[in-house]
Design a protein around this ligand. Structure first.
Ligand SMILES: *Cc1c(COP(=O)(O)O)cnc(C)c1O
Length: 385
């Protein structure tokens, strides 16, 4: 039997508001301010406010938000920046493009979030900043981060690309550090119709510098005070994102509903070696991804589970199969296998299950049922309604 559950389905969130979205695009066509237009300014203001911070600067991608954002915070050559080994490679690329030296640390074995005790051990006199990655939609503890940054006198630069409107300990993602990078890649919790990103910051100077950096380093037209680049969030994309923003919290709630269902139904597989990545942030986790671990004790290897699910029509993903420090492009950084055992083990164990607003509970049942059947041989017939 084929079930056909994609890993992500964006049509479900767009279909109900298609007229609104088309109108947003039409409005920009009518005015014609395609670059640095009014809808961009409006969205920058609205999104920064939604994050609980002061300024937003829209750029071409999340990667640019990190690379240019670090520069805007005056982090660059000669500075060491601490980041987790188990992140999307863009975090690392951002650090390298800013000219800073990346210093990897391991993650917590259960939450997959950066291990601040490990981070404390690599602080040197050159360390300037730490990049907590709010991985899968769960924030790194703001309290612990602020303590850490205070102790070692470091800047916190959040990679919030997977954590739009995530919350923990009274903080929103993007409002903990001096600045934070967001991505609006289509499948992110808030996604554009193409690439996009934003730096949010509480610091007016950082915002000003970011605005220059995205616009050829120009302080005013044809007056260049530094060397920047061309990286602006298109007005059309900003207009689309502005129309989608009011729905973001309900989409996140839908993700949380799905995660709760996975959590409760998958608990029966704990003895079979399947456990979800731990949520320590209560209701603030926004589940960009729902990730389980196929532990060594599991009767089937991860690849076989993934293959059997695919045969049934259930698409899954691995985020991410190779930790940054072991990617071939970065061997020159001289890290090796064994340096970060938790990150390396998780890379072998993790499996991301279908997760998107509009995924039906009967479909979640089918995913769990497929796993239960292949791992215990028990048919959960009741779950197929
Ligand atoms: C998506 C993502 C990025 C990069 O964003 P792009 O818009 O794709 O450039 C950076 N960091 C993390 C953790 C991401 O998930």
């Amino acid at each position: 039997m084929s079930i056909n559950i994609p890993f992500v389905d964006l049509t479900l969130q767009h279909a109900p508001i298609q007229t609104e979205l088309e109108q947003a695009i039409q409005d920009v066509l009518t005015v014609g301010d395609f670059v640095l237009g009014q809808a961009l300014v409006n969205f920058e203001t609205a999104f920064a406010a939604a994050c609980g911070t002061g300024y937003g600067v829209g750029v071409a991608s999340g990667t640019d938000a990190i690379a240019l954002g670090l520069q805007a915070c005056n982090i660059g050559a000669g500075d060491e920046v601490i980041l987790p080994a188990n992140t999307f490679v863009a975090t690392l690329i951002g650090v390298l493009r800013a000219g800073a030296t990346p210093i990897f640390v391991d993650c917590h074995p259960e939450t997959a979030l950066i291990d601040l005790e490990a981070a404390a051990k690599v602080v040197t006199s050159k360390t300037k900043a730490i990049i907590p990655v709010h991985l899968y939609g769960q924030m790194v503890s703001p309290k612990q981060l602020l303590d850490f940054a205070d102790t070692y006198k470091l800047l916190i630069f959040e990679d919030a690309a997977q954590a739009h409107l995530a919350e923990r300990e009274g903080y929103r993602a993007g409002a903990v550090g001096i600045a934070a990078a967001f991505s609006f890649y289509p499948s992110k919790n808030l996604g554009a119709f193409g690439d996009g990103g934003m730096l949010v910051t509480k610091d007016a100077d950082v915002a000003q510098k970011m605005k220059r950096l995205r616009n050829y380093g120009a302080a005013q037209k044809y007056f260049h005070v530094e060397s920047g680049t061309n990286s602006r969030l298109d007005t059309i994309q900003a207009a689309i994102l502005q129309r989608k923003l009011p729905y973001l919290s309900q989409w996140n709630s839908d993700r949380q509903r799905i995660a709760q269902q996975y959590d409760s139904q998958l608990s029966s597989l704990m003895n079979s070696g399947i456990i979800p990545i731990q949520n320590q942030s209560a209701n603030g986790h926004v589940y960009h991804l729902y990730v389980i671990r196929v532990q060594e004790t599991c009767s089937l290897p991860r690849e076989e589970i993934q293959g059997k699910l695919a045969d049934l029509g259930i698409q899954t993903g691995i985020h991410y199969p190779i930790p940054c420090h072991l990617q071939p492009a970065f061997t020159y950084l001289r890290y090796q296998i064994g340096d970060f055992p938790h990150a390396e083990r998780l890379a072998k164990e993790i499996l991301s299950l279908p997760m998107y607003p509009g995924l039906q509970s009967i479909q979640v049942n089918s995913v769990v049922d497929a796993l239960v059947t292949m791992l215990t041989g028990e048919q959960q017939k009741l779950l197929y309604v």
